[in-house]
Each structure stands twice: as structure tokens, then as C-alpha cells.
Design a protein around this ligand. Structure first.
Ligand code: PGA
Length: 249
């Protein structure tokens, strides 16, 4: 099964705090919640984390990949991530789009490259607050999706993370009913735009914590969560995965 509760540590962690995180996580995670959990540490800690988790079922992913390899100073290839033991990579996070000026076509190239290297992908999309306020979220998401996946064969548990930009790190999020409607819409678009009519899992990201997880996971089309801030604490992250496993559908 693919990972559905994913912790994105962003540019956080140290050799010491990583060890404490792992101890805390394994102390609190329920057996069947382990195999649907994943963490994405900074690249430089991938080796350490893969090693610390080698006797477990938690998956390890990278936070991004480059769309090529070779003469591209400072970048990390899909092939290298596979080689280090990554099961998947996130692409298209709004922080990559905003701070590193990545656009939908770059993300399309990353997706193609990952699939060529047999690396699973979690592709992030999401609207800024002005778009949400103007009621045009669906149109905005449709363009992100079409530009990045139109006409492609999708496979390997391809997953979308819906992350409204204004919900990231803000403590504010849409209602779970609103998110559910958007997830169903995303599934429909991907199904009709992909060459092989693929229906992806759609996970939600943006201010997820153990306080709102139960409410989110009761929805039929919220298939998991991408978690930033709350994933930095091993116990809190394990609790969210445990809530997911007990969600009752
Ligand atoms: P957050 O971040 O959980 O801290 O809101 C989510 C993300 O950026 O993926």
C-alpha cells in the first residue's frame, strides 16, 4: 500500500533531533498505522533516516526531485533518491513554486522523470487566498492539473496533495466538507485528462493536526494527509496516523 499520512519536515531536523523523533514515533504508532505513514526529511538526512527505519514499515520520501540529472549543480535526481532508498517524492509544493519559481511545466517534467525511474509521486496543487475568496478555486486547480498531467499515462500510486496555500502553516483550513468536494473534483479531472483514465488518491495538506484529523478523515474522498508543522513531533505525527487507521470507512 502507498503512504497516505506523510510528514514533510521541510528544512528542519538535525542528527540528534531526528533520533529522538524516531524514538517517539515508534513508541506511539499502532502496528497497522505504520505502513501507511511516511516521512520526508531533508535530503542530507535521508541516509540516517533510512538506516534508523530499516526494520520498520514506514516509508521514506524526498521533498522534491530535479527533472533531469548530470550537469545540474546542486540538484538531486530521481535516480539518486531511488538509490538512497526513497519510495516516493513530493513535487510541486507551493514553497517550491513560490521561492524557487517552479511552474506547472517544470512539475510535468519532474513527474515524467520520476515515472521513468519508477519513483512514486505525490504532486501538490493548491490555490492562493485571492482565488479562494473569488470562488474560482476549481478553475485554478484545473489549470494546474491539466498543464502537468494532460495526456500522460499515470501509474505507480500517483497521488495528488491538495494544499490551499493560505492553509499552510496558518492554522486556518477549509471545512472538511469543502475539501471533500474539491477532492472529488480533482479525481474527476485527473481521470478524464490522463491517457489511461487513472483515478488518483487525493490527500489534504494545510494545518492538519491531531485536533482536526478525525473531522477530516471522516470524509470519503480525503484519502490521507500531507503534514508540515505537526509532523515535526514524532508523537503528534503518530497520533494523526493512528486516527486515520481508526476512521471507520
Ligand atoms: P502545515 O504544512 O501542515 O505546516 O500547514 C503543510 C505543507 O506545507 O505541506
Amino acid at each position: 500500500m502507498s503512504a497516505l499520512i506523510i510528514g514533510n519536515w521541510k528544512s528542519n531536523g538535525s542528527k540528534e533531533t531526528n533520533k529522538l523523533w524516531i524514538k517517539d514515533f515508534f513508541k506511539h504508532i499502532k502496528d497497522d498505522a505504520e505502513s501507511i505513514s511516511a516521512i520526508c526529511p531533508p535530503y542530507v538526512y535521508l541516509n540516517q533516516i533510512v538506516d534508523l527505519c530499516k526494520r520498520s514499515n514506514i516509508k521514506i520520501g524526498s521533498q522534491d526531485i530535479d527533472f533531469s540529472q548530470g550537469a545540474r549543480t546542486g540538484s538531486i535526481s530521481a535516480k539518486a533518491c531511488k538509490d538512497l532508498g526513497c519510495n516516493f517524492s513530493i513535487i510541486g509544493h507551493s514553497e517550491r513554486r513560490e521561492f524557487f519559481k517552479e511552474d506547472n511545466l517544470d512539475i510535468r517534467k519532474k513527474l515524467i522523470c520520476a515515472q521513468d525511474n519508477n519513483l512514486k509521486i505525490v504532486m501538490c496543487i493548491g490555490e492562493p487566498i485571492e482565488v479562494y475568496d473569488s470562488g474560482t478555486t476549481k478553475e485554478f486547480l484545473k489549470k494546474q492539473l491539466i498543464d502537468s498531467i494532460d495526456g500522460l499515462d499515470l501509474f505507480n500510486d500517483f497521488t495528488i496533495a491538495y494544499e490551499p496555500i493560505w492553509a499552510i502553516g496558518s492554522g486556518k483550513l477549509p471545512s472538511s466538507e469543502e475539501i471533500n468536494v474539491i477532492h472529488l473534483y480533482i479525481k474527476d479531472i485527473v481521470q478524464s485528462a490522463s491517457k489511461n483514465n487513472f483515478t488518483p488518491k487525493v490527500i489534504y495538506g494545510g494545518s492538519v493536526s491531531s485536533k482536526n484529523a478525525e473531522d477530516l478523515f471522516k470524509e470519503d474522498h480525503i484519502d490521507g494527509a500531507l503534514i508540515g508543522g505537526a509532523s515535526l513531533n514524532g508523537k503528534e505525527f503518530a497520533n494523526i496516523a493512528n486516527i486515520y487507521i481508526n476512521r471507520g470507512h
